[in-house]
Design a protein around this ligand. Sequence first.
Ligand code: NDP
Length: 445
Amino acid sequence: MKYVDSVLEMISRRDPAQPEFHQAVAEVYRSLEPVLEEHPEYEDASILERLSEPERSIIFRVPWLDDAGRCRVNRGYRVQATSTLGPYKGGLRFHPTVNLSILKFLAFEQIFKNALTTLPLGAGKGGSDFDPKGKSDAEVMRFCQSFMTELAKHIGPNTDVPAGDIGVGAREIGYLYGQYKRLANEATGVLTGKSPGWGGSLVRPEATGFGTVYFAREMMSRAGESLEGAVCAISGSGNVAQFTARKLLELGAKPVSMSDSAGTIHDSDGINEEKLAWIMDLKNRRRGRIREYAEQFGVKYSEDENPWGIPCAAAFPCATQNELDASDAQALVTNGCRLVAEGANMPCTPEAVEVLQQAGVMYAPGKAANAGGVAVSGLEMSQNAMRLNWAYPEVDSRLEEIMKKIHADAYAASEQFGDPGNYVLGANVAGFTRVADAMLDQGVV
Ligand code: NDP
């Protein structure tokens, strides 16, 4: 049996109930076959077996009191995938769908993403099945304090530095950091995504969305095309979607959609700066639903639908995993879409990716396109260690340079292995070789 097949078979046998994890590992390992053939030393050192077995997975009880004084119990997790290149690094997700399979897939993806940034970052991911939606601020605070009381035993500025993800924004990071500081009795920057007023980096909120658009601009310009004037479909309406829209507007593109888990709005006149500011207030302060945008601005709202049926030149899935399937991809192709860049992690199913690639649509996998978030988190760690803050243009230009380099490295690797412009191949190979070579240097650990 071929090396990759035997490893995938072993993973399915060992953890049969982890479909998202299997999907992510198979996507990466299958694309690495040409590299593994050229470098038998990776198989000799069991690099694939080691990379897909987290160094540590921690699961813990999170009891907290709701506003009625009743005790509720959630489950907390931290998956520490690898410390080969630096402290474990990756976000925390609070969402009812969170389970070990989803966090292992996210931690696994984070390995290659963090390696692509070239910053000294290991990889991890964590979170809880707690749902912040519909909870009061006081309930969210009590939950975060209980979650951190356990998590604090396993993290630290040189050990593991978590950040935000779905359901963990500025409010949650504040509560988590406050409790960490109280327990550790030291003001180190152990979480990233902090407010710039108390140790956060400027441009961190913008970084994932801005980075995704910088990456898309590089792809377009390599193909002799441009985002200027391009009609763009965006899914989601959270952190990544909001700043994807903002950067698209700055570059003269026309975002026409946003969504949440209940439905999609389509504004054919374009979501301009003013309307985007309205969405940001709706989502970040009033914590409302995207349906209210349709009522406010008199545009179409499609309940339980995603944006992929909307004709567009570029699509930016920025909500969650497996939100764009083969039939959605086919609709995008039929409507003349030229580019799909993933702001979210693994939003396209493997079948959707195949449809896009067969049709010659430029496709950027999340581990490359959305790496700007963790890259600026890495810059936040540097600023914390130096106890100083860089100005906005400095961080933004570093982000832009990092995204250009990730694009160039991924493109070069795709060329080297005979399929120029295949960014799945390029990103996987470039990220993998960086980690795998370091693992060889560090021995059997
Ligand atoms: P937010 O919580 O800010 O926003 C998430 C958005 O996605 C919301 O609009 C939410 O709608 C929607 N959504 C969540 N789950 C589902 C679902 N099951 N079905 C449909 N829609 C859903 O999260 P972020 O913007 O931070 O994250 C979005 C994606 O980007 C995730 O895949 C995340 O892993 C990835 N990412 C985030 C980074 C960051 O820096 N924040 C970095 C790199 C990747 P609703 O409000 O109805 O739940």
